[in-house]
Write a protein that binds this ligand. Sequence first.
Ligand SMILES: Nc1nc2c(ncn2[C@@H]2O[C@H](COP(=O)(O)OP(=O)(O)OP(=O)(O)O)[C@@H](O)[C@H]2O)c(=O)[nH]1
Ligand SMILES: [Mg+2]
Length: 252
Amino acid sequence: MINGKKVVVIMPAYNAEKTLEKTYSDIPKGAVDEVIVVDDKSNDNTVGVAKRLGLTIFTHDENKGYGANQKTCYKKALESEADIIIMIHPDYQYTPKLIPAMISLLESGEYDIVLGSRILAQNAIKGGMPVYKYIANRFLTLYDNIMLNQKLSEYHTGLRAFSRKVLETLPLLENSDDFVFDNQILVQAVYFGFRIGEIACPAKYANDSSSINFTRSTVYGLNVLKTGLQYVAQKGGIFQSNIFKKDGKKLL
Ligand SMILES: Nc1nc2c(ncn2[C@@H]2O[C@H](COP(=O)(O)OP(=O)(O)OP(=O)(O)O)[C@@H](O)[C@H]2O)c(=O)[nH]1
Ligand SMILES: [Mg+2]
């Protein structure tokens, strides 16, 4: 509890047996009340490791995708009465040591969402990010900043903190079950007027880290372009998308 608020970390997991424990161990003790892992039908022992660590675990009975996994994670966090929800990839690419800093930014009342940015940390390529992913990240970020009229340093991080209100308000069940969910949630947040802050987060791509391949990264990139167009069309009254519907399907 921080100022009487419940803090829950959620980890959307897929084949994370080698990195889940390291990620969990680096969460500063006492900083969070509960850690929820949702396993998207991994082929490895992710569930066994999560159980041994005593984490709260939920499983999908089939592989539903990264977006679907996050939907389950956030729903379970809200059901668990979380006030502050931190999403971190369990592949040990993002340092959990920054979680308390992110919480305090939310607690300042100035932000509804805080992102851990690898670009601000300026070590993404040194940390092992493939060069093509770095270039794509920079290009897609520029694109989103222009389309959304924002000045964020990246929209693609796997370390994010949300206030409960954000997850209750956004029609998250209208979003994709695939990777573009990550982009849709931020574009929705801008559309609904939530304030997004950032902190610098060093990233490392260890051998065990999950890294999606070129084809899936390309699909992601194209879907990011589409989401930006949807935003502009929505704002201009040209075309309405379900992801921006005020009464669209929500988690609760
Ligand atoms: N549910 C689900 N999750 C997946 C799948 N593939 C990867 N993930 C998870 O999605 C997250 C992001 O995917 P990564 O493979 O780490 O992506 P990356 O290329 O490293 O990209 P960044 O981490 O954003 O730099 C990781 O936490 C993976 O565990 C999948 O098929 N289903
Ligand atoms: Mg990764």
